[in-house]
Design a protein around this ligand. Structure first.
Ligand SMILES: [Zn+2]
Length: 335
């Protein structure tokens, strides 16, 4: 279990009475302070946003549905940070809290995880999504993950080249942070995107684990953690949690991550590891909407076979293009 999350659970179990409700920064909804964070009753938020609330058995889970969206929270899960939004998992930075038969969600997660997906941002009028810089992870004397003779850096570049070809055919201006097996320092990568006037930055990686090699597989998509919040990757770090240049695009980052992640799940037979928040080096200083895709686990024999297969990488590239196009079609709508 993640340390930060365990700490929150510890505080939760020691916490007895609900403080009095107070009007907070969560729009017009009443809010309550828990563990020093602002929380909102899910049922209040549901009512204000025209969602119907359904409990799945007592305390096991909660579903919020309306004509266009379905949110699900598995309250018996080992990790109460998972929100399923229209079939794709999004990791919240703070767990949902269940108290006296009522479920609460943090105001920060409503603002930075739920809202950008359900009410996506729009670019200022005329601002198009045209130029994309793709960042093939690792390179040169940094091989990335290694499985036998297979090195991550080779397959990030192969996927990047395929994705570049497909995005160009779809009408985008595309370039890569590296075209060959060379080392490019991490801070240099988003800077290359800035210099080329990129509207989007997409970093590509492949995953691996030491234990559970036959079990752990699937796709996860990262965007930058909101300022002041814990990340949702393994370390759940709060280190350097101040505002980063990339936080200027919080809403676009989240909506881009969700759009691409959803397209990957829809088009590929892959396990959903969720949209995650991380203060990854290449996301921190990206001045344009930016995501990092961990496309699969090289440590899983079955998934590795697919990663090394050009036909599968073509399908994955096609899914990423679909996600980018869905993002573009929405953010380019007039405000
Ligand atoms: Zn990597």
């Amino acid at each position: 279990m993640k340390a930060a999350f365990a700490l929150i659970l510890l505080i939760a179990s020691a916490w007895a009475e609900l403080p009095a409700f107070a009007r907070g920064a969560s729009g017009n909804l009443p809010s309550v302070e828990m563990f020093g964070k602002e929380y909102v009753r899910l049922s209040d938020w549901a009512r204000a946003n025209d969602f119907e609330v359904h409990w799945l058995k007592r305390d096991e889970g909660l579903q919020l549905t309306n004509r266009s969206a379905r949110l699900a929270f598995a309250l018996d899960s080992h990790d109460l940070r998972v929100a399923e939004i229209n079939g794709a998992e999004v990791f919240l930075v703070y767990p949902v809290v269940l108290r006296s038969g009522l479920a609460y969600i943090s105001a920060l997660d409503l603002k930075t995880a739920i809202k950008p997906v359900l009410q996506p941002p729009h670019n200022w009028s005329g601002a198009k999504v045209k130029t994309i810089v793709i960042d093939p992870g690792h390179g040169g004397n940094d091989p990335g993950k290694e499985e036998g003779s297979h090195q991550e850096k080779k397959y990030t570049l192969l996927l990047a080249q395929e994705l570049s070809d497909q995005l160009k055919r779809a009408g985008f201006n595309v370039s890569l942070t590296r075209m060959t097996d060379t080392r490019v320092e991490l801070p240099e990568r988003p800077d290359i995107a800035r210099r080329r006037g990129a509207d989007l930055f997409i970093s590509l990686h492949w995953n691996s684990v030491e234990t559970g090699r036959n079990e752990v597989k699937g796709v996860e998509t990262y965007c930058l953690t909101p300022a002041g919040a814990p990340s949702t990757n393994a370390r759940g770090e709060l280190f350097g949690a101040g505002t980063k240049p990339g936080n200027l695009n919080n809403d676009q980052n989240m909506f881009l991550a969700y759009s691409v992640h959803k397209a990957l799940l829809k088009n590929l037979d892959v396990e959903d590891h969720g949209v995650h928040r991380g203060r990854l080096s290449v996301l921190r200083t990206a001045e344009m909407p930016a995501i990092l895709i961990e496309g699969g686990f090289m440590s899983n024999p079955a998934e590795a076979k697919r990663i090394y297969d050009p036909v599968y990488r073509k399908q994955m590239a096609r899914a990423i293009v679909e996600g980018v196009q869905a993002y573009k079609a929405t953010v380019e709508q007039p405000r």
